[in-house]
Ligand binder design. Structure first.
Ligand code: MN
Length: 237
């Protein structure tokens, strides 16, 4: 059963005692839709409010609902944090369960990440000195990194994501299909695995209302809402 605070109080068990026994973390809790860290219109004119509303409240919410349905049949996996789940997918034996979790769990992780690495244009900050140095070392310049990232995003055939990742201590640009991501070791090719710093959703649902077929225009505009403050913090970590 799910043990919430109310249940604990009713039973007269102290929260501290449960926490020290690890019990509070032993029960699976359903994944929930995180609130956007800004208003839906705050990324305009680069990403329009209607796209943000549908993307967050319909698409992201649907991934979470389906993820919870799958996890209801997978008690061990249901106890994992979303990050831990991504790392364990390569070890899931049942190909049908693994495939469904790549799509729905990946859909949840990717969108949760995506909202946080964007910010209103006036609040994006700038790349830190440390991040700028690493980008220069890996790609030659910020412009060269952006060009390589845009190229990966444009060349992703059909639906998927382009990423800036840290792999073995170095920055690298990769791309994954569908809702795969670089945390899915054993599912994605070794060359595409790592810790994401940036990721762009190039599913048509991410841009079609405003940009129609002009994916390149969407990618170009997206740089105006990249939350460098968040990317700096991820790089530091
Ligand atoms: Mn999406």
């Amino acid at each position: 059963m799910h043990m919430n605070r109310r249940t604990i109080l009713k039973w007269g068990i102290s929260t501290a005692a449960l926490a020290s026994a690890g019990s509070l973390h032993a029960e699976a809790t359903a994944h929930t839709l995180p609130a956007l860290p800004y208003a839906v219109a705050d990324l305009e004119p680069h990403i329009d409010a209607a796209t943000m509303t549908i993307h967050h409240s319909k698409h992201h919410a649907a991934y979470i609902a389906k993820l919870n349905e799958i996890l209801a049949t997978q008690p061990k996996l249901a106890r994992l944090s979303l990050d831990a789940l991504m790392g364990q997918l390569g070890k899931v034996d049942d190909p049908a369960i693994q495939g469904a979790l790549r799509n729905q769990g990946g859909g949840h992780w990717n969108h949760r990440f995506f909202w946080t690495i964007m910010a209103p244009p006036a609040k994006t900050g700038q790349p830190s000195a440390a991040l700028s140095k690493a980008i220069d070392e890996a790609f030659g310049s910020m412009d060269a990194m952006k060009a390589a990232f845009a190229d990966a995003a444009l060349k992703r055939f059909g639906s998927g994501w382009a990423w800036l990742i840290v792999q073995n201590g170095k920055l690298k640009i990769t791309s994954t299909p569908n809702q795969d991501n670089p945390l899915m070791k054993g599912c994605v090719p070794e060359a595409d695995a790592g810790q994401p710093l940036l990721g762009i959703d190039v599913w048509e649902h991410a841009y079609y209302l405003h940009y129609q077929n002009r994916r390149a225009d969407y990618i170009n505009a997206w740089w105006n809402v990249v939350n460098w403050n968040a990317v700096n913090a991820l790089f530091k970590a």
